[in-house]
Design a protein around this ligand. Structure first.
Ligand code: 5GP
Ligand code: MN
Length: 342
């Protein structure tokens, strides 16, 4: 476990500070994923068990909360920023490192009396007075799970179920490079506390809409390869979403189809959305694709990152494929080295 230079507290000290306060507003990032929502709700339950007044807010007004996670306790309570009235006590950003990534909730963040960041995305700056960022943590949910141990005597099934959902989604069901012993240790504690792995798997991973699977079939048909098959890129257009009545969330799993292909080291899925192009990047080896995401104005982790390009889809596909080909060539493992590894 390491923390970033911006980190100026410990989870224990954070809990002590939180126990002195009463009114909390918890927020995650735009396009919330399982770790974002799971961490937020886990912390909500923990703070409430500690007797605190807590509200959870989504980062944006115009996006519906991801229905995949509606099975989580507390999901129905997620507010939109415009629903939040009155003053803001302590604003806690979980799984989100920058003001840009909290979308329109930034206005609420600005008027909070204290700001706290609990995250696992390393960035150079910070938006909060109290910061705890551990980029080695596989999920923000792991940090919230530990924090909760200092907030309540016994972490209950609601806290555990939400945290487990964050952990299992951010580790890709304990398959990604970020999966380490700490994940399994925490998962065991969560299951012992009442998390239900089969229920989470059924709700999150065995619950795709037909539109999502059809979107994937389009993406598979359109796959482009570069770098001798080590790079796979594909795309879906706004018109595909319209024709299939598909949502943004329906496109989330598509990058996994590319990642799953033999020989592919780097996968990139592009989707036309709100007049721009959203990109999801994944690396299966040690290649740091967050550098490329940042060069496009996005960010993320070494093996999973994202970005938005404000240019036509065709142009974005060409640019990204070219840049990934170059990256793959620069980071290619020589055949001799590859042989030595086996
Ligand atoms: P996804 O491809 O699932 O949208 O994102 C993968 C990872 O990159 C997640 O950890 C996500 O938070 C991060 N990420 C995605 N898009 C952006 C972006 O535009 N900016 C930043 N800073 N991080 C992003
Ligand atoms: Mn996360």
């Amino acid at each position: 476990m390491t923390t970033t230079p911006q980190t100026n507290t410990t989870l224990k000290a954070l809990a002590e500070e939180m126990l002195q306060r009463d009114d909390f507003l918890l927020c995650g990032h735009v396009s919330p994923d399982g770790d974002c929502i799971g961490s937020q709700l886990a912390l909500m339950h923990a703070l409430r068990r500690a007797g605190k007044r807590v509200r959870c807010v989504l980062a944006e007004d115009d996006s519906a909360p991801e229905p995949t996670f509606s099975f989580l306790p507390g999901f129905a309570e997620l507010l939109h920023p415009s629903d939040v009235s009155g003053g803001v006590g302590v604003f806690v950003g979980v799984d989100v490192p920058t003001v840009e990534r909290i979308g329109t909730a930034a206005a609420l963040h600005a008027k909070a009396s204290l700001r706290i960041t609990i995250d696992h995305h390393a960035v150079d700056s910070t938006m909060s007075e109290l910061v705890y960022v551990d980029p080695d943590a596989a999920a923000a949910a792991l940090l919230v799970w530990e924090l909760a141990s200092y907030l309540v005597e016994k972490r209950d099934a609601d806290i555990a179920q939400c945290a487990y959902t964050g952990l299992t989604t951010d580790t890709g069901r304990f398959q990604y490079q970020n999966t380490d012993a700490a994940c399994f240790e925490a998962a065991a504690q969560m299951v012992a506390a009442g998390a239900d792995p089969a229920l989470v798997a059924r709700e999150v991973f065995q619950n795709r809409s037909v539109a999502s699977v059809k979107l994937e079939s389009l993406a598979v048909e359109r796959m482009l390869f570069a770098g001798e098959g080590s790079v796979a890129v594909s795309w879906v257009a706004a018109s595909d979403f319209e024709e299939l009545e598909a949502t943004k969330a329906d496109a989330e799993p598509l990058v996994n189809a590319l990642r799953g292909i033999q020989g592919v080291r780097i996968a990139c899925m592009l989707r036309e959305q709100d007049g721009s192009v959203r990109g999801s990047l994944r690396a299966k080896d040690d290649t740091d694709i967050s550098v490329l995401a940042r060069s496009y104005g996005g960010g993320g982790h070494k093996a999973a990152a994202g970005f938005t390009l404000r240019e036509p889809l065709g142009q974005a596909v060409e640019r990204v494929t070219r840049d990934l080909q170059e990256l793959a060539e620069r980071t290619a493992v020589s055949p001799a080295h590859e042989g030595a590894q086996q």
